[in-house]
Design a protein around this ligand. Structure first.
Ligand code: FAD
Length: 363
C-alpha cells in the first residue's frame, strides 16, 4: 500500500514486491508443491484476488494476477518437466516475472487470425511477428507466446512457446493508457527470434484449444476482480455518505441515493454469489466456459455502473485524484475489454445456448 502512489505515477512496480509476494507464497497458491507452490484449492485464489482489489490499483493487481494466472497457468498445464523446473518454479518464487502474449496489433478478439509465425528450422523455431497490449511485457523475464506454426491451418496451426525475454531479436516498448497505470502494458516485436525446440509447450499446433480452455479461468478471475472492486467502491462510498452533510442531513438519508445504493449492493451481491459458485465448479474440474463468460460479462458491466454511481455520490470529490473513485473509475473500464470483450463473450454464450455448441477441455 505505501508504494502504490509511486508505482501508479512511474508505471513501474519495483522488484522487491515480486520477491516478497513469492516469499509469502502468493504466486504458488494453486500450483504443485514440487515447484514451490502450495497446491491449495481455488478459493485461496479468490481471496488473493479480492484482497488485491482492496489496494485500489487495478494496474498492480493486474501485474500480479497476469503473472500468476495467465503466464504460469500455461507453464503448469502444458510445460515439460524441464520447463516447469526452470520457469514455473522461478515464477512461483517471484524470481522471474512472466507475461502471456496472445493479442496482436491487427486484432485481439480474433485469436485464430494472429499473424506471428514460428517456423521450424532444425532444432529451433524462428519467430517473427508482433504482439500488443501485453501486461508485464517490458519488465518480464520470460514470455509465454502464441504463434502460428502451420499458418494454413487457421486455429489448428497455433502453438505455444516459452521464451526468455532477453533473447536476441525481441524489442519491447511501453504503452501509455487510460488506467491500470501501475502496470506495464507492452508492444512487442519479434525479429528472427530463435526458440529452442524444447521450449514448445503442449505439442505443435495444439495451442488454440489450450488458450480457449484457460480463458475460462481468466474470465472468472476478471469477474471476481469486478465484484471485489465494486464492493470496495461501495464500502468506501457508504462510509463517505454517512459523514458528508447537505441540507442538514448526512447524504445517506436521501431516499434517491439510498435506493440506488440498495440496488447496487444487491447487484454486486448477486455477482459475488454467482462467481463463488462458478469458482466451486471450476475447482471441482467442471467445464465452465459458459458460466465464466457470464461471470465476466455481467460482473464487469455491473462494476462499471456501480463505480460510476459511487463517483457521483462523492460529488466533486469523486473527480479528485486524492479520493479513490477517480482511479477506480479509470481502472474499471478495462473490465469489459481485456481478456475477451463483452461482445465476444456474448458470442460465446450465444453459441452455447442457441447453437448448442460444446466446449470440451483438452488434455
Ligand atoms: C490494459 C490491457 C492489458 C492487456 N493485457 C493483455 C495480455 O496480457 N495479453 C494479451 O494477450 N492481451 C492483453 N490485452 C488485450 C485484450 O485482450 C484485447 O484488447 C481484447 O481481447 C480486444 O482485442 P482488440 O483490442 O484487438 O479489439 P478488436 O478485436 O479489434 O475489437 C474491436 C471492437 O470490435 C468488437 N468485435 C470484434 N469482433 C467482434 C465480433 N465477432 N462480434 C461483435 N463485436 C466484435 C470488439 O468487441 C471491440 O468492441 C490487454 C489489453 C489491455 C487494454
Amino acid at each position: 500500500m505505501p508504494h502504490i502512489e509511486k508505482w501508479e505515477k512511474t508505471g513501474t512496480i519495483e522488484r522487491f514486491i515480486w520477491e516478497k509476494f513469492g516469499e509469502m507464497g502468493y504466486f504458488g497458491l494453486k500450483y504443485p508443491e514440487k515447484y514451490g507452490g502450495l497446491d491449495l484449492d481455488l478459493f485461496y485464489t479468490v481471496i488473493f484476488l479480492e484482497e488485491l482489489q482492496k489496494i485500489n490499483s487495478g494496474g498492480f493487481a493486474a501485474a500480479m494476477w497476469a503473472h500468476t494466472y495467465l503466464a504460469l497457468t500455461h507453464l503448469n498445464k502444458e510445460g515439460s518437466e524441464e520447463i516447469k523446473e526452470k520457469y514455473l518454479a522461478a515464477g512461483i518464487s517471484g524470481e522471474k516475472i512472466g507475461c502471456l502474449c496472445i493479442s496482436e496489433p491487427f486484432g485481439g478478439s480474433d485469436v485464430a487470425g494472429m499473424r506471428s509465425i514460428a517456423e521450424k528450422k532444425g532444432d529451433k523455431y524462428i519467430l517473427n511477428g508482433s504482439k500488443t497490449f501485453i501486461t508485464n511485457g517490458v519488465y518480464s523475464d520470460f514470455m509465454v507466446v502464441a504463434a502460428k506454426t502451420d499458418p494454413e491451418k487457421g486455429n489448428k496451426g497455433i502453438s505455444i512457446f516459452v521464451i526468455d525475454s532477453d533473447s536476441p531479436g525481441i524489442s519491447t516498448s511501453k504503452l501509455n493508457k487510460l488506467g491500470w497505470r501501475a502496470s506495464d502494458t507492452a508492444e512487442i516485436a519479434f525479429d528472427n527470434v530463435e526458440i529452442p525446440a524444447e521450449n514448445l509447450m503442449g505439442g505443435e499446433n495444439n495451442g488454440f484449444s489450450f488458450i480457449m480452455q484457460h480463458f475460462a479461468l481468466e474470465r472468472l478471475i476478471m469477474g471476481i476482480n469486478a465484484h471485489a472492486r465494486a464492493e470496495y467502491a461501495l464500502d468506501y462510498t457508504m462510509q463517505y455518505m454517512s459523514e458528508r452533510e447537505a441540507f442538514g442531513n448526512t447524504i445517506d438519508r436521501f431516499q434517491a441515493l439510498r435506493h440506488r445504493v440498495a440496488e447496487r449492493v444487491a447487484e454486486v451481491e448477486m455477482c459475488k454469489e454467482f462467481n463463488y459458485s462458478v469458482a466451486k465448479r471450476l475447482n471441482e474440474g467442471q467445464s465452465v466456459v459458459k458460466e465464466a463468460s457470464m461471470s465476466k460479462l455481467l460482473s464487469t458491466k455491473i462494476a462499471d455502473e456501480v463505480i460510476y454511481d459511487c463517483l457521483q455520490f462523492l460529488g466533486g470529490y469523486g473527480y479528485m485524484e486524492d479520493y479513490p473513485l477517480a482511479r477506480l473509475f479509470r481502472d474499471s473500464r478495462l473490465g469489459p475489454i481485456g481478456g475477451g470483450t463483452s461482445e465476444i463473450l456474448k458470442e460465446v454464450i450465444a453459441r452455447i445456448v442457441i447453437d448448442k455448441k460444446e466446449y470440451k477441455p483438452r488434455e
